[in-house]
Structure formats: structure tokens, C-alpha cells
Design a protein around this ligand. Sequence first.
Ligand SMILES: [Zn+2]
Length: 340
Amino acid sequence: MMPEKGTTMRFIDLHCDTLGTCVARSGGKVRLAENSCQLDLKRLKAAGSMAQVFAAFLPTHDTAKEDGITLGPQDLFDQIYACYQKELRINRDTLAPALSGEDILKNDRAGRLSAILGVEDCVLLDGSLRRIASLYKKGVRVMTLTWWYENSLGYPCSPIPADTARGLKPFGKKAVRRMQELGILVDVSHLSDGGFYDVASLSQELHVPFAATHSCARTLCQHPRNLTDDMLRIIGETGSVCGINFCAEFLNGRSGKYTRIDDIVQCARYIRDKAGIDALAIGSDFDGIDSTLEFGDCAGLPKLADALAMYFPADEVEKICWKNALRVLTDALKGTAHRK
Ligand SMILES: [Zn+2]
């Protein structure tokens, strides 16, 4: 069955690094509206995007040194946040912040793309629950618990079994609970396997979904960043989602090389088989990956939808491209403290 060409698919992408890595770090040279990065508002809008999660990635340790970053995590977040506010002001005709699932739909009706603010690496919490509330007030709605380093919440994924088996620290468990109460989507991408299971059981207790915003399947591609079949099954059972990462290294094992559309489609089919169709989403990791994509950049998202349509019925392509992400954001952002 050939896909219907020219149909307008919508997209919600659960992760990109464009805001922090390209725009905020450029000292005003790179703008969100139009740039030469993998993602900008002009191309997103043309592609049919409905909402984009912009992660404020906070590098530390050697990664910060290599990137020439001298600011600590809190100061760096403040810098990225100021940039985010500025971009929202400059682009207010086309872009609006979303703090809830309803906001995404409201912005869409007004012809605006939704921006959802995330934090990648909760290193800036530094053991303080109050900081979660203060970030929530600033509009942060997605929190990636760890990056590649230990922090006050827990440990990163690792190829060493004993290391990745480590669960969340006591503060990590309290922090996840606070995020769920307030209405912040908890992201397990980068987290240790043991941490994944801790988040899953906390989520099961409160019946609130979580996400692996930018991860793929470990059976298809042996990488600690990817999810095992058992984790995928749990993602499905808890009504959570896995946003497929477009990085070649996570899809076909070719570090920094070429990502074929078919790599993504095969990953989607695999996750569908293990977790169910409701567990699939997109987590491009645009501007956080060094892969060359067969479909170019965010402008090529409709090509991905066309390729998915070769293997999935139209209603399932919609679920993968935006409906599942919208469902999970709507549920998680309500916050359990506000439930009736
Ligand atoms: Zn990441």
C-alpha cells in the first residue's frame, strides 16, 4: 500500500537540544526562528509540528569543559531560560509556551506551535525538592533525571551490569514523587536500568505515565541508552511512551553516521510488537546528535510519516507522530496533587 502523499501529518517531538546547545550558547547569533541547525521554527511549522519539547541541557564534568562552559548548572539553566523567554517574546506570533495538554490544543487552534520546556540532567536540583517547585513555576514540564553522570537523584545507564543495576537514590524517589504531584513528565532516558524500574513502580502506584523521551530498543541495537524488551513491556503497561531517537548509534550502531528512514521504521515496528502501538512517540534529539539523517532535518518529518504509513494504518501513524505524546503529556502534566 502506497502512502497517501500530500496529507498533512502533525508532530509532537519529545526532545531536542536546539535551545540550549545551538541558540543559548551562540551569544545571540543563532535564532530559533530560522537557523542552520537541525531544527528551527520555520521548518517545524512547514513540517506540520504541533508541539516541541525544548530541553535545557546542562552539561557538567568533562562535557562542560569540552564545550567551554564555565557556568554551574543553575547559572547555565538561568542563561538558557532567559534565552527561552526572549525567543518566546520575539516569536510570539508563531510560538507559545504550553504548560498542559490543553495548552497544546489551544495554541494549535490559534495557529501557534507549542513550546514545552524541559531540563536534561536534574543536576541543578542538588538535593532540593523546593527547586523542583521553582522550576515548575518557571514552566518546566519535562525532567530528564540524569545525563551521563551521577547526580543527587541517581545514576546514568552503563554497559557495566553492576553499575546500571543501581536504582534511584532516596532523594531521587522523593523528587520523582514531587514531579508527579506537581505535573512534570518524568523522563528516564539516560537513566540506569535500576532507576528505570524505580520510576516505573512509582508511576504504577499513582497511575501516572512517564516517558523515555529519546531512546530506542536495546534488542535491535545493543546500547545502554536503549530500552530492554522488559522495559518496553512496562512502558506499554503503564500507558507511558518511548520517543524514538534519530541517532544512528542508537538505531543501527553506526556511531555518528547515517540514519536511514527504514532504521526508524524498523525500530517503531519492534517497539509496537513489544510495548503496543500506544507506547510509540518521536524523540528526535535534533541538535543533540551528530548523525546525518536520510530525511535531512526537522523539515523531513513528513517523509518519516510517509515511510511509517507503509507499515502502519493511518490512525496508528497519527498515534506515533503526535497522539500518544499528547495523551501522555496531558495525563502527566495534570499533576496528581490536582486530581479530584
Ligand atoms: Zn539526551
